[in-house]
Structures are given as structure tokens and as C-alpha cells.
Design a protein around this ligand. Structure first.
Ligand code: SF4
Length: 333
């Protein structure tokens, strides 16, 4: 008897058991590819899920078969009562993970352990202080790199999210991989993706193929090897011989991985997004506040999911000009 609740299986047979929840649209960094230059409209807090509402809605998804919850933002750890949310979600029968810029992660080490968090993604787009501060428009490089060391010392599995942009940081790919030689750190190079206000164009993205060409040119064909794909993978992963860490490439633009997508997104204002690139959202928060059932809306969202990238077809400049979606800061990746 198939135990998977059919509610979270879409018409292509993909089981959606991974929920990404954005805790807030606010952030203590201003990364230019995420936060539009002009900033975003700051709305009254009533527009957003309270901690209790977020936990209630998350519990509904868990009852439907969600097995993994990733907390994102903006920056999740600046959310008022983030510690309470971590603890409460940590009590649910799910794997809880986090994507953070690590600026103040040092204040949450004990709470994260209490919540059973083992794996953390840290956004770090450059190993050069000046360049990092230019990309993020803030001066937290030292704090962040110290906190990455602190996370490793405390036994967390640390993945580094590096958005690779031509002419910005594409000359640091080997530097990041060198870090994996002696440190159990897992670098994830992310192809630059088009979102509202981030001035994306085809030329600026550095493709999976180009990244691999750079790696092969430096380490040689036999200097590294590919690791077995994980189920529902987003990144294709590799390892240098005898290294402690790994590196991978997340290629949503040139090499999408939608066939095994198991992801659903819940935005900070309580909307369900069935795909990162989909503009069709369903307002679960209003239903919840009216004490109406969420199940029909969740089923609708999953049953209306496209096979690939919200049906957008091939990515190119023309498509990006027409693309209607939120800014990355209001989705949470
Ligand atoms: S683009 Fe959409 S369908 Fe494809 S992997 Fe990402 S979220 Fe899933």
C-alpha cells in the first residue's frame, strides 16, 4: 500500500516533501543580485505570518508528508522570535535546515543544536573582503568568516552558496575549491538566475559548463571526480582527490533539474509557490486567518505545477525581460 499521501504528489509523480519557508523579507545585507537597488516595499507586520501562524501552517504540511523544512529569508535569523520558531519546528518529525548569511549565527548555535539542525547553508559570494563587502553592500566579511569557522568547530555540516556572476566573482572558483582541500566545507556554485530587480542577463550568468571547464583547466581531468547524484538533487557534486570537502554546481538556468523537484515554497507573507519561477501563488495565510481548510489550496498549488520551470521554456534575455516574478529577497531562494 503506497504510504505517500497523494496530496503532495503532482501530475508528474513528483513527491513534494521539502518545504522552504521564508521567515522574513528583511535582511542585514544588501546583495545586489537579491535585493533590488531601490529596496523593497516595507509592509506592515500584519502582512506577514506570525511565528504561531507559520508553525501552524508548517504543521499542516508535515501532516501531508513533508519531511524536510528549510528556513530562508531575507535573513531568517533577524526575524524576531527566530529562536522560538527554530525550537518549535525542531519538535516536528522533520529535518530542519537553514540558509543564512551567518552574520549573527553565533547567537544561535545552542538553539540550532536544540532544534536538531545539523546542516546549514551559508551565503558567501567572495573570499575577498573588499569584493564581498561591495557585493553585499555591508562590511560583515570578517564576522561571517569567523562564524563559518565557529559552525565547523561546532560540528555543523556547512554548505557555502556562491552565486557566480561574470566579471564579479567568476575568477574565484578555484580559490573556493582550494578551501575544500583541508576544510570539510561544501561549496555550491549557483548559476545567476533572473528575478525582479536584479538586472540579470544571459551574458552575466556563468554556466555549469564554463565552471567545469575552469575546474578541469586547473585540476586536470583526473584531478577531481563526480559524486553520485542524491535523490531530488539540486546540485551536481564533485570532489578533489583526498580533499575533506566537496564542490557542486546548481544549474537552474542552463541545466535545470526539475524532473526530480520535491520543493514547495511558503513566502513570508504566507503564499504558497509551487516553483521558484512561478508567479502563480495561493494565499494560505488569509485562509488560515479565516479558519478555512488549507488542504484544497495546497492540492491546487501542487496539481497546477508545471513540469519544468513554471512552463517558462528556454532562458534567454528576451524571456528575462518578460519574466514576472518576485525579487529573490521576497522568495528566499
Ligand atoms: S525551477 Fe521550479 S520545478 Fe524546477 S527545480 Fe526549481 S522549483 Fe522545481
Amino acid at each position: 500500500m503506497n504510504s505517500t499521501p497523494q496530496h503532495i504528489v503532482d501530475k508528474f509523480g513528483r513527491v513534494h516533501d521539502y518545504l522552504r519557508i521564508s521567515l522574513t523579507e528583511r535582511c542585514n545585507l544588501r546583495c545586489f543580485y537579491c535585493m533590488p537597488e531601490e529596496g523593497i516595499e516595507l509592509r506592515d507586520k500584519s502582512a506577514f505570518m506570525s511565528a504561531e501562524e507559520l508553525i501552524d501552517i508548517a504543521k499542516t504540511f508535515v501532516s501531508l508528508g513533508v519531511k524536510k523544512i528549510r528556513l530562508t529569508g531575507g535573513e531568517p535569523l533577524i526575524k524576531k522570535n527566530a529562536a522560538f520558531i527554530l525550537r518549535e519546528l525542531g519538535k516536528l518529525p522533520v529535518e530542519v535546515t537553514l540558509t543564512t548569511n551567518a552574520v549573527n549565527v553565533d547567537r544561535f548555535i545552542d538553539v540550532m543544536k536544540e532544534a536538531g539542525i545539523k546542516s546549514i547553508n551559508v551565503s558567501l559570494d567572495s573570499l575577498k573582503e573588499e569584493r564581498f563587502n561591495a557585493i553585499s553592500r555591508r562590511n560583515y566579511f570578517q564576522k561571517i568568516t569567523e562564524n563559518i569557522d565557529l559552525l565547523l568547530e561546532n560540528g555543523f555540516h556547512v554548505k557555502l552558496n556562491v552565486v557566480v556572476i561574470r566579471g564579479t566573482n567568476d575568477d574565484e572558483i578555484v580559490d573556493f575549491i582550494e578551501w575544500t582541500k583541508k576544510t570539510p566545507i561544501h561549496v555550491r556554485f549557483i548559476e545567476f538566475m533572473p528575478f525582479d530587480g536584479n538586472k540579470w542577463n544571459w551574458e552575466k550568468k556563468v554556466s555549469f559548463k564554463e565552471i567545469l571547464q575552469q575546474v578541469t583547466a586547473h585540476y586536470g581531468e583526473n584531478g577531481f571526480y563526480q559524486l553520485k547524484d542524491k535523490p531530488n538533487r539540486t546540485s551536481r557534486c564533485f570532489k578533489l582527490a583526498n580533499s575533506k570537502g566537496t564542490f557542486g554546481i546548481i544549474s537552474s538556468v542552463t541545466n535545470p533539474f526539475c524532473d526530480t523537484c520535491n520543493r514547495i515554497r511558503l513566502t513570508a507573507d504566507g503564499k504558497i509557490k509551487n516553483c521558484l519561477f512561478s508567479n502563480d501563488e495561493i494565499d494560505l495565510l488569509s485562509l488560515h486567518r479565516k479558519k478555512l481548510p488549507l488542504l484544497p489550496a495546497i492540492i491546487d498549488a501542487i496539481q497546477s505545477k508545471d513540469k519544468k520551470r513554471a512552463g517558462l521554456g528556454e532562458f534567454n534575455d528576451k524571456m528575462a525581460e518578460k519574466l514576472q516574478n518576485r525579487s529573490m529577497i521576497t522568495i528566499g531562494g
